[in-house]
Design a protein around this ligand. Structure first.
Ligand SMILES: Cc1cc2nc3c(=O)[nH]c(=O)nc-3n(C[C@H](O)[C@H](O)[C@H](O)COP(=O)(O)OP(=O)(O)OC[C@H]3O[C@@H](n4cnc5c(N)ncnc54)[C@H](O)[C@@H]3O)c2cc1C
Length: 396
C-alpha cells in the first residue's frame, strides 16, 4: 500500500500534522519509535501561551494554534482547558513592562487585562504579597495536560480508517525511488509514501544528520518538578513570573526591556536558564520549573542525563519566594529535552527534496505554536511547495 503522506515522529508536531492531513482527505502513515509518546511533548508544562512568543509570526502561530486546540477540546475531554495565563511582576520595573505589553496587546487586538496587586492576590491567594507588584492576565490562553492529551490524540487519529499508526517503529532510512519514497524501519520493513514529513524532536542523529546537526542547532535539557497534590490551594491556568517576563521573547519588544535592571538573584539562576513557571493539574499537584542547559546538536550523547539536585533546590528556593504553599513535598522530578534552532527562523523547517521534508528544532514553543506551524507545513507540501515559515500576521 502507498500512503499519501508518511510522518516520522508522533510528538505534538507529527500528531497535529497527521490531523491536518486527514482533514485534507489524505491517507496517512504515522510512525513513532516509542510505543507511547515519550518525548518533549509529554514532559512539558502544557502552557499554551502565545502571549510569551516573539511578536510577528510566532505569536500569530500561537493564536492560531489556540483555535486548533479549541476545536479539539471536546474530543479529548479533561486534557485541554481554558483558564488563561497570568504573568506576575516581582519588581516595579517588571510591572512597567507588563503595562507596556498590555498597550502592545491592545494595538494588536489580543485580549489582556492588567491586574493590580489586590486583584492578583484575589485570583491567587497563594501568591506572596511581598513578591507581587502587579500582573497581566490573558483570558483566552489554554493549558494542556500533555500526558493525557497525547494518548487521547493518538486514539482519535487511529480511529480514522485513513490513518495507520505504527508505534514502536523506528525509521532508520528514507530513500527516493522513481517518484515515491521508501521508508525503511528497524524491523526491516519497507513502507511507501508520496511524501514524507520528519518531526523527530531532538533525535537528530538518525535521519539527515548532515542537515539537522548544523552549527545553529542546539539541544536543551530542562528540569521539572511536580508537587504532591496541594489541597485547598488553587492556581488557575498558567502562572508565569518575573524571571519569565525577562526571558520570554514577546517582552523584548517592550520599550523598557533593555533598561531592566538585573534581578537581585544568585547568578546561577541566569547561568542555568532558570525561570519560574507553575501549572496546577486537576488532582491539585503543581508542576514547577524550569531550567535550561544547552549542548551542541552534533553530539547527542553529550546531553547530561542526570537530574541535578542543585538545580532543583534553586528552583524550589525561588518558588517559595513566590508562593506560600501549606506543604512543599515534591512527588516527582524529571528531565525533558528538545532541539532548538537558534537561527533567525527559530525552527528547522526545510524540504530535503521534493518528497522529503523536515520540521524540528522548535525549542520551548512547540506546544504553543506547533499545531498551526505543522498545519501550514502540511498544506505547503500537499500543494507541492518547498517548506517555509508561514507569513502570518500577529493580529488576533
Ligand atoms: C520540560 C519542558 C517543558 C516545556 N514546556 C512547554 C510549554 O509549557 N509550552 C510550550 O509551548 N512548549 C513547551 N515545551 C516545548 C515543547 O514540549 C516542544 O517544543 C515540543 O513538544 C516538541 O515536539 P516535537 O514533536 O518536535 O518533539 P517530541 O515530542 O520530542 O517528539 C518527537 C518524536 O519523534 C520520534 N522519533 C524521532 N526520531 C524517530 C525515528 N527515526 N523514527 C521514529 N520515530 C522517531 C520520537 O520517538 C518522539 O516521539 C517544553 C519542553 C520541555 C522539555
Amino acid at each position: 500500500m502507498k500512503f499519501d503522506l508518511a510522518i516520522v515522529g508522533a510528538g505534538v508536531l507529527g500528531s497535529f500534522a497527521a490531523l491536518e492531513a486527514l482533514k485534507s482527505g489524505k491517507r496517512v502513515l504515522l510512525l513513532d519509535a516509542g510505543l507511547k509518546a515519550r518525548g518533549a511533548t509529554v514532559r512539558n508544562f502544557g502552557q499554551l501561551v502565545p502571549s510569551g512568543m516573539a511578536l510577528g509570526p510566532w505569536r500569530a502561530l500561537g493564536i492560531r494554534s489556540l483555535s486548533i486546540y479549541r476545536q479539539l477540546q471536546p474530543m479529548v475531554e479533561g486534557a485541554l482547558w481554558q483558564q488563561g495565563s497570568t504573568y506576575i511582576a516581582s519588581t516595579p520595573e517588571e510591572a512597567a513592562l507588563l503595562e507596556e505589553m498590555h498597550a502592545i496587546d491592545r494595538a494588536q487586538d489580543y485580549r489582556s487585562q492588567l491586574l493590580s496587586v489586590e486583584q492578583c492576590l484575589e485570583k491567587m491567594p497563594a501568591l506572596r504579597m511581598e513578591y507581587c507588584h502587579g500582573g497581566l492576565h490573558y483570558p483566552e490562553e489554554m493549558s494542556a495536560e500533555s500526558g493525557q492529551l497525547m494518548p487521547r490524540l493518538w486514539s482519535l487519529l487511529s480511529a480514522n480508517p485513513e490513518l495507520t499508526l505504527r508505534a514502536g517503529t523506528l525509521v532508520r532510512e528514507i530513500r527516493e525511488r522513481g517518484g515515491i519514497t521508501d521508508i525503511l524501519t528497524s524491523n526491516n520493513e519497507v513502507l511507501h509514501a508520496d511524501q514524507v514529513l520528519i518531526c523527530c524532536g531532538h533525535q537528530l542523529n538518525q535521519l539527515y544528520p548532515a542537515i539537522t546537526q548544523n552549527a545553529q542547532m542546539k539541544l536543551c535539557k530542562l528540569q521539572m518538578l511536580r508537587s504532591e497534590p496541594v489541597i485547598g490551594t488553587r492556581l488557575p491556568g498558567n502562572l508565569l513570573t518575573g524571571l519569565s517576563i525577562r526571558r520570554y521573547e514577546a517582552f523584548h519588544s517592550c520599550p523598557s526591556y533593555e533598561k531592566l535592571p538585573q534581578p537581585l538573584l544568585d547568578p546561577r539562576y541566569g547561568e542555568l536558564g532558570i525561570h519560574m513557571l507553575f501549572r496546577q493539574s486537576a488532582d491539585g499537584s503543581i508542576i514547577i520549573g524550569d531550567s535550561h542547559e544547552y549542548f551542541p546538536a552534533n553530539d547527542v550523547t553529550s546531553i547530561d542525563y542526570e537530574v541535578r539536585e542543585d538545580i532543583n533546590q534553586l528552583m524550589l528556593e525561588e518558588a517559595r519566594n513566590i508562593l506560600k504553599l501549606p506543604r512543599w513535598t515534591m512527588a516527582r522530578c524529571w528531565n525533558g529535552y528538545y532541539s532548538q534552532d537558534m537561527s533567525e527562523q527559530k525552527v528547522l523547517m526545510r524540504s530535503v527534496s521534493e518528497k522529503i521534508h523536515l520540521v524540528t528544532g522548535i525549542g520551548g514553543k512547540g506546544m504553543t505554536t506547533g499545531p498551526a506551524l505543522v498545519q501550514s507545513a502540511v498544506q505547503q507540501l500537499l500543494r507541492g511547495e518547498a517548506l517555509t515559515l508561514p507569513d502570518v500576521h500577529s493580529h488576533a
